[in-house]
Design a protein around this ligand. Sequence first.
Ligand code: PLP
Length: 367
Amino acid sequence: MAYKVPFVNAREHYRRYKTEFDHAIIDTLSRGDLIMRQQLRDFEERLAAFVGVKHAVGVGSGYHALHLSLVAAGIRPGDEVITVAHTFVATISAIVHCQATPVLVDVRDDYNMDVDAFERAITARTRAVVPVHLNGRVAEMGRIMEIARAHRLVVVEDAAQSLGATFDGRQAGSFGLTGCFSFYPFKILGCFGDGGAVTTNDPEVARAVRLLRYNGEDRDTGEYHYHGYTALLDNVQAAVLDRKLQHLPEWIAHRRDVARRYSEGLTGVGDLRLPDYPDDRYADVYQNYVVRTRQRNSFREFLEENGVETLVHWPKPVWEHRALGLGGCRWPETEAICREVVSLPMSAETTDDDVAATVEIARQFFS
Ligand SMILES: Cc1ncc(COP(=O)(O)O)c(C=O)c1O
């Protein structure tokens, strides 16, 4: 179906920046720079500066950023790692693939970790916590870091959805031992395939992730230090990301503007709950603009019938996916969120007309 208002618009994105993207790709290929070359180093340096940390290491995906972070942090079979139940499954899979035990806790109404629930979940076997900064909003990192310090826990931030978001003036991905980013095409900073990065101030962790991403080999000496992985961010993607990073501040400003317009148009409409939280410590980047209503399914159907494309992140709690073996918890906020949320169109290409049309159709539904 051709939507009047698409959720994102990849074709328009490419059209707007074609000259820059084509140049980055052709220049990289013309130089024969495919992997582990200058474009990657340039991007890593600029990403680290953007996040405000000493090191950034490009990897094959957000999943790999999480997994390699946990391996580099020394997470072992039998360790417990606390994270949220309401997240993309990759957060949890990264823990499972270390043969550690994921301990899932509930979230608050801003979709991020319930910090009291995190504290209650700590046991003698807890080694790490993975707070997820969902939808472009940082989790409450002040308290999370305090609790983690008190219990000597490793903090690996899942910042896949929140590059550029801040808490108390600090960037997502700059609080913990590592920050993990995804450059999946529809992320705030997306490449043309899979990509990710680990940010850290710890030189040993940066070195470990660099080795792990390329089969454990130190390319200078030929020595293998780990049974590693093949999880590189290739140079063509890095060159494109490096170009895109320069546009990121304007894209974030645009997303904030779109969010403001949605909020102006939808405040007080039906039972809609909007992602407006009066707390100056947070500056959100709106990877997703998520609204809640008890009539989610019929609301979503109405938007779709009227040409507005929406997404639901996610319709079913992870513990209900039997094959994942994550039974044993059943958290009320996560369950309610899965029943009630829908994400409205949001991207750097979303226009004023897109927002106006979406607001108009949403209002019609509730009138
Ligand atoms: C919260 C979260 N964590 C992890 C990931 C995994 O990133 P990737 O798809 O690049 O592996 C994603 C991507 O959708 C995500 O949204």
